[in-house]
Design a protein around this ligand. Structure first.
Ligand code: SF4
Ligand code: SF4
Length: 220
């Protein structure tokens, strides 16, 4: 989702790359699960997240929609986000001990926190949201280690590509006045990148690349 932020207010004023160190270490979140509670619709899920969630849980996107994921309209595109439970407003994957039950395949937003991404000229940097984490004492950690994603370079290429695609798709959607056309385009994106099952035995990036080629033919 594209949103305007004032970096001077929310960050330490620096922009980071994944090879940089940042003050992120929070004692393995011991005794705290604030990021998994009352997050509203802010934890957006991209196709990489859905691939790993479905593979890790041996489930489908449709099944996830019945208990852990919901859909929202963001910049005219229908996108999924982690759903907070109605009663307690907690993520469905938070266990009784207040730990993430899907730690090995948790979504990218959860891996990044309290980092955010700022995009510029088809590239992005990380920034440190200094008011978000509840823990005071923080140790310096290399960002790629913090993310814990194999092949960070390839993952970041995907992040750039997906962001660029959503931005262009949003611009195209805005240009259509009629609701029916907007709905059809949004549904096409949802079906192509989320609803159509990914093969868990195949590499995610290959499959994403194939879908992106199809979508580019459809759009551009
Ligand atoms: S997926 Fe895990 S880390 Fe992310 S909000 Fe849910 S419980 Fe927390
Ligand atoms: S607020 Fe900080 S310590 Fe608490 S769960 Fe989030 S990242 Fe971990």
């Amino acid at each position: 989702m594209l949103r305007e932020i004032n970096l001077a207010e929310v960050s330490d004023g620096k922009l980071y790359c994944s090879n940089d160190m940042a003050k992120l270490g929070c004692d393995d979140c011991r005794g705290c699960s604030a990021c998994c509670r009352q997050m509203g619709t802010s934890i957006l899920l991209d196709p990489w997240d859905i691939y790993f969630l479905c593979r890790g849980l041996n489930t489908s996107f449709e099944k996830l929609l019945t208990y852990a994921v919901e859909l929202q309209m963001a910049d005219y595109v229908i996108l999924p986000n982690l759903k907070m439970t109605e009663e307690e407003e907690v993520c469905a994957f938070l266990d009784q001990e207040g730990r993430c039950s899907i730690h090995d395949f948790r979504p990218g937003f959860c891996r990044m926190f309290p980092l955010g991404r700022v995009y510029e000229n088809e590239n992005f940097h990380y920034f440190l949201q200094v008011h978000e984490c509840r823990k005071e004492l923080k140790t310096k950690v290399k960002i790629s280690k913090w993310l814990g994603i194999p092949n960070t370079r390839r993952y970041e290429e995907f992040v750039r590509q997906w962001h660029g695609f959503l931005k262009k798709a949003g611009e195209i959607l805005v240009s259509f006045a009629d609701q029916e056309t907007r709905k059809n385009i949004s549904m096409y994106i949802l079906k192509t990148f989320y609803l159509a099952p990914y093969d868990p035995e195949r590499d995610f990036y290959e499959q994403f690349g194939e879908r992106m080629k199809q979508a580019e033919k459809y759009f551009f």
